[in-house]
Design a protein around this ligand. Sequence first.
Ligand SMILES: [Zn+2]
Length: 351
Amino acid sequence: MDLLTPTYPATHGACYAVFREQDVTYDGHLFVGVSSTGIFCRPGCPAKLPKSENCTFYPTAKRALDAGFRACKRCHPAGGETALIRQLITLVEADPDAKVTQALLATHGIDASTARRQFLNRFGMSFTDYARARRLGRAAKTLAKGGSVLDAQLDAGFDSPSGFRTAYAKIFGTTPAKGNPDPLFIEWVETAMGRMIVITDDDALYLLEFTNRKNMRRQFDRLRKVQARAVLPGRTKITDQIETELKAYFKGELSDFKTPLATSGTEFQQQTWDALQTIPHGQTRSYAQLAEMIGKPAAVRAVASANANNGLALIIPCHRVIAKGGGLGGYAGGLTRKQNLLDLESKSGSA
Ligand SMILES: [Zn+2]
């Protein structure tokens, strides 16, 4: 990850451009309060673009609410989207074999087209495809545990072997076979400093990243390549664990994460990440000091790069590395979050 990349634009004009262009990569990081209507929105809201002079921008929904704006009923910037998605996911998890029809959604008071739009926005797939991916995820688990292809097919709720093979290959890029690797599961978690992506399996946390899409995409692609495993939407007990820890961390009540980690870097990256994790909560080091800590004082640039590419935001605390002389550096937007994290940690004391 790279906290030095702006998480929201520094100028009014650049913030406005995010909304004009419906740039949803800022979703969760930038909100607009509109003085003429008294409501606030997230990027990508389908409502009419407000006039620039009526806009005030906020990095969190909470700040917009604190400023007196009401949440927009169309884009649910305060988390209404999450609530609806949660409700639907709960429906699927409760009965994975049930066909989710428009009529079923209606009995739960859910509008099908709203559900469809929100799922596309969040997962890049429709709700129907999501439900199918979840069922195939169960099949993948069966195969990983040494179950037969037939068992896997039945677990995924497919009547025909060919239909199962086709659907499986589409998601996993390979044919179903005994001993195929477990999938990883991706979930989105709201935090006090914006939405984060969490990727886990039953044993460890693989990726934790603010959803600034440019960074996230790079980490995500690297993870998929290194792991050679499919990534499906869903939660594990590790997701629950890190979500609980994140809540405590942002309340200033946790300084030491216990969630088991799975890192996959080069030997040099691994050394850098190990050293990073020895910087205590509430303290900072310079890039040069970090290079010295791993016994390679000349490798400052390489250390900075490894620092930026760790993929486990907050836990491998790259935000605790600052420029020589104590300055944060030169990138306005990202530095806001970096400074916020350092402020939070200095207030909540050391481990
Ligand atoms: Zn809106």
